[in-house]
Design a protein around this ligand. Structure first.
Ligand code: SF4
Length: 398
């Protein structure tokens, strides 16, 4: 078993592998991930290029892959033979005892026994399901295709076929949602005994249908105080039900944290494959083009589809470590920050930290700098303040 650690720059350490499949049945109203409705599209030409990129990235990769995450999009929308081919290729990432977690995203109502069996046979250990709400009207507002009644049978199908871990995503802050309907969704989710629950506040991303409706005054966003109450209600309710919070939006039963995402939040290395996928290996970051036709063309002409690349310098790394690791309940690792940036966070942030501690937003232990419950409610402001301090104190690439 390969341990994922904090060290981005140490060659030979484990990294994550992300594969982006950009197809969905239809576009949900809030979604700004790169995905297109699959209806008339032939998925095979894209899959062929994704497989090619996967082979090249794995061959070039000096590290062992410890976790795999296949998302999108809705990977399980691929025909069975294409999914089988994809999993066959992904299995080149490493032997089963090296891959500590293999997650696939899926939607309720889209998984039958044959697909669930194929996932397990392909090495999938974890399915992350976009339940979002157990209230029909809220799912309609989000423009989701499934109904509340699809969720429990889909979870049962996954369990019956031997998927080891199931995670459910829920959304709060939906227009029209109340504390009562949110608490009903949480209760229904807990009743299904998933291993992991993620609760995200609804955001209005530019270019999405919900954002457009909001601009036109056709929907009214949830009141900020109500949204904060929903969030704190979820933190308390899930904790009582045995789900420990380990990240701003993520809650897990013991032993069921998402290892792949922990690697992101700890600023670890990862390879990304597919349109719009990003990768971060040995201090270099890349992002593939978010367009299927352009991706296919670029793969054919130049053998890669990177649209952006950058070298992450010390200042960027400091900012990113603050942004990502303060999302974790454990907080920012002081030791890891020192090792990777050569900067002592307790010295650099001394004045800011003292003030934030006095205000009750941050705690500092021997090993970590972490947000308090109150600090978590204004996490963006705290992160911006600490990140601004980095800009003041560091210059030049390392
Ligand atoms: S199913 Fe997921 S990826 Fe697809 S459109 Fe909806 S939210 Fe976006």
């Amino acid at each position: 078993m390969v341990g994922l650690d904090d060290s981005v720059h140490a060659p030979g350490r484990a990294c994550g592998l992300y594969v982006h499949i950009p197809f969905c049945e239809s576009k949900c109203g809030y979604c700004d991930f790169y995905s297109v409705p699959v209806e008339q599209l032939d998925t095979e030409p894209l899959l062929r290029r994704i497989v090619r990129e996967l082979r090249v990235r794995l061959d070039d990769n000096p590290r062992k892959v410890g976790t795999i995450f296949c998302g999108g999009g809705t990977p399980t929308i691929l025909p069975l033979e294409e999914l089988t081919r994809l999993f066959g290729e992904v299995s080149r990432a490493g032997p089963a005892d090296q891959i500590v977690e293999f997650t696939v995203e899926a939607n309720p109502g889209t998984i039958d026994d044959s697909k669930a069996g194929l996932l397990v046979g392909g090495g999938v250990t974890r399915v992350s399901m976009g339940a979002q709400s157990f209230i029909a009207g809220e799912l309609a507002t989000l423009e989701r295709l499934h109904s509340p009644d699809d969720i429990a049978p889909s979870v049962a199908t996954l369990r019956r076929n031997g998927v080891r871990q199931v995670s459910l995503d829920l959304i709060f802050g939906i227009p029209g949602q109340t504390l009562d309907t949110w608490s009903r969704s949480l209760d229904r989710a807990i009743e299904l005994e998933p291993d992991h629950i993620a609760c995200y506040g609804l955001t209005y991303e530019p270019g999405t249908r919900l954002s457009e409706l909001r601009q036109q005054g056709r929907i009214t966003p949830c009141d900020e105080q109500l949204e904060a109450d929903m969030y704190l209600g979820a933190v308390d309710g899930l904790c009582e039900a045995g789900y420990g919070q380990y990240e701003t939006s993520n809650f897990a039963k013991p032993g069921c944290k998402c290892r792949h995402n922990l690697n992101y939040w700890r600023n670890g290395s990862y390879i990304g494959v597919g349109p719009s996928a990003a990768g971060y290996v040995d201090g270099r970051r890349y992002k593939n083009i978010a367009d299927i036709d352009a991706y296919i063309r670029m793969m054919d002409v130049q053998g890669h589809a990177e649209a952006e690349t950058e070298v992450v310098d010390t200042q960027m790394l400091m900012t990113e470590m603050i942004m990502m690791q303060l999302r974790l309940v454990e907080g920012l690792s002081i030791e890891s920050f020192r090792e990777r940036t050569g900067v002592d966070p307790l010295a650099v942030f001394k004045d800011t930290l003292n003030r934030l501690v006095d205000l009750g937003f941050v705690t500092v232990s021997d090993t970590h700098i972490a947000l308090t419950r109150q600090g978590r409610l204004i996490s963006d402001a705290v992160i911006v303040e600490l990140a601004a301090t980095c800009g003041d104190r560091v210059d030049g690439p390392h």
